[in-house]
Design a protein around this ligand. Structure first.
Ligand SMILES: *Cc1c(COP(=O)(O)O)cnc(C)c1O
Length: 231
């Protein structure tokens, strides 16, 4: 399948999942996860109308997207992989958003490096909901503290939460992971009502339809957009 058809197919499946679950299609953003992909492939996804991209490594993001964003200034690029302290400076100058904020020390670094920024850096707190690598904050108390910290820096703007569901065929476990993200968001929104909790980044190639049924507003799709799909 050509990339343009793959993008179209994902859009159809998003529409169908919305219809099944009574969701409004306009609430769901489609991110193209471009890690490991070359510029030509990324161009094709752009030509198909995708403007939001995700990279999991800072260095790879810098190499590919510094020239790409000069050609396509409307690009919005988010970091979705873990961020080491020595890469924070480079990350804040490339990315519009960081979805993988998973510890308080990282918030301090991000806050310090964004003081001079003209547009605040979008932040999603990553919540661990059962995925094997155990990335992310592991309980709601930690999320409360992280929220207070993000809100204290003028160069950071909180937008919501992100998670990865476990890699499994057991749909019930995937659903449970997504539900615990929604539940954490609801608790945070009542504790910090002035915050913006509108973004729930959950769902990947294998599980995005379940994620939409459970309330996702941003799905991160790599394989199903970029890889050859067979005949
Ligand atoms: C790689 C990756 C994705 C995309 O995964 P696919 O299964 O290829 O769609 C989404 N989110 C994160 C955090 C990733 O690392």
């Amino acid at each position: 399948m050509a990339i343009i058809d793959a993008v179209e197919r994902i859009r159809e499946r998003i529409g169908e999942a919305c219809n099944r679950s009574g969701r409004n299609r306009a609430e769901i953003q489609l991110m193209g996860v471009s890690k490991f992909q070359g510029i030509e492939q990324i161009e094709k996804v752009w030509q198909a109308g995708i403007r939001l991209f995700g990279e999991s490594r800072v260095q790879e993001g810098v190499e590919k997207f510094t020239p790409f964003k000069q050609r396509h200034p409307e690009t919005e690029l988010h970091l979705i992989g873990s961020l080491q302290r020595n890469k924070v400076k480079a990350a804040v100058s490339l990315f519009e958003g960081i979805q993988s904020v998973d510890r308080e020390a990282l918030i301090t670094e991000l806050g310090n490096w964004t003081r001079q920024r003209d547009r605040p850096l979008g932040i999603l707190l990553e919540f661990h909901t059962g995925e094997e690598t155990k990335r992310g904050f592991s309980d709601e108390e930690q999320l409360y503290r992280a929220t207070e910290k993000v809100l204290s820096y003028p160069g950071l703007v909180l937008r919501g939460l992100m998670t990865m569901a476990p890699y499994t065929d057991e749909e019930a476990r995937i659903r449970a992971a997504f539900r615990s993200l929604v539940s954490a968001r609801d608790k945070l929104a009542s504790r910090f009502p002035s915050g913006d909790w509108s973004c729930l980044s959950m769902g990947m190639s294998q599980d995005f339809e379940i994620a939409i049924e459970e309330g996702s507003t941003l799905i991160r799709i790599g394989t199903a957009l970029f890889e050859e799909q067979g005949p």
